[in-house]
Ligand binder design. Sequence first.
Ligand SMILES: [Zn+2]
Ligand SMILES: [Zn+2]
Length: 345
Amino acid sequence: MPTHRVLYLLGPEHVELRREPIPRPAAGEVLLRLDAATTCGTDLKVFKRGGHPTMLSTPCPFGHEMTGTLAAIGAGTPNWREGDAVVVANSASCGQCRFCRAGRENLCVNLLYLNGAFAEYLLVPEDFVRHSTYRRPDGLKPALAAMTEPLACVFHGLSACCLDDVTECIILGAGPIGLMFVAELAHRGIRVILGDLTPQRLEVGQLLGASDTVLVSGDRTDGDTLRAATEYDRGAQLVIEATGFPTAWSNSMEAVAPGGEVILFGGCTPGTTAELDTHRLHYSEITVKGVYHHRPATVQAALDRLTEGTLPLEHLLQERCDLDGIEGALGRMASREILKAVVTT
Ligand SMILES: [Zn+2]
Ligand SMILES: [Zn+2]
C-alpha cells in the first residue's frame, strides 16, 4: 500500500513526522496532493500551547494554509476532476444555522476545521469539498495561493470596518497578518502607520506599502507613541491590533482618534483581560470590534486579490522547507527571524 508523510502535533512543542497509508476518498470526498502549505502565526501559537480551544485537539495532523492538486476523486463529486488545482479553506460552515443564514459563517455553531496541510496528501472531507474548495487559477503560484486563508481573515477584518472616510490607519503588529493588512490598506490608498518591536519586520512593512513605521517597546507607552505619529497627533481613524497581547489591545484604544474604530484581531491567551480607558471610550465615541477567522465570501475575495498579483506578499515567505524542516521554521518564527515559511514536498 503506498504511503506518505504527515506531520502530527502531539503536544506543546512536540511534533512527529509519521508515515501513513495514502487515504482513498469515499463518496463525496477528494484526495488532495499538497503543492504548497504555509506556516502561520496560529500554527506557532498552537505549537507552543500544544492545542487550540476550537481548531484542533492533539494528537492530530498539523497545518492549515494549503493548496494542492486533486489526486483522486470520490463518487458523487461531479464538479471536480483529477488534476484540478485547488485551494481548500480550513473551515466549513453548515449553511443552516442562524449565523450562517445571516452571512456570519465564521460564527457557525457547527463550524468544522481542517488540519493536515503539513503532509504529502490530505483527504478532504465532504463538507469541505462542498463548501470550502476553490479553483486555483492558472498562473497563481502555489506558494502565494497557500496564503489565501490568512488573507481571507484580513478581508474579513476589513469587512467589519467602515473605511469610507479613512485616510490614515495604524496597524499594531508586523507579523504576517499585520503585514497583510498593511499591503491591502496601502493598495486601497490609505496611509498606513505600522508599529512593531522588530526593526526587520518594519522594513518588510515598508516594502508592503507602510508610509510610516514606529519601533514600539511593547509596554503601555506604545499608545501615546503611535498616536504621536498621526497627522494631527490625535490618533488614527482606524486602528487594527494584530499582536494577540492584551497590552496591545489597551494601547490600540489610546492610538485611535475621536470617533474612530478599533479592530481587535489578535487572539490572546484564554483567560486574559485588557484594561481600557472608559472615559476615552465614552467621550471620544470609540467603536471597538473583535474579529475572527474568515467567511466564504472573503476567501473568494482573497483568492481574487492574489490572482491579480497586486500585493507583494512574496516578501512574507522568508524560508522554503520540506516537512522535516517545519519544526525549525516554527522556531525561527518564534525568535522573529522569519515571518512565514513555505512548505513543499
Ligand atoms: Zn493561518
Ligand atoms: Zn452554520
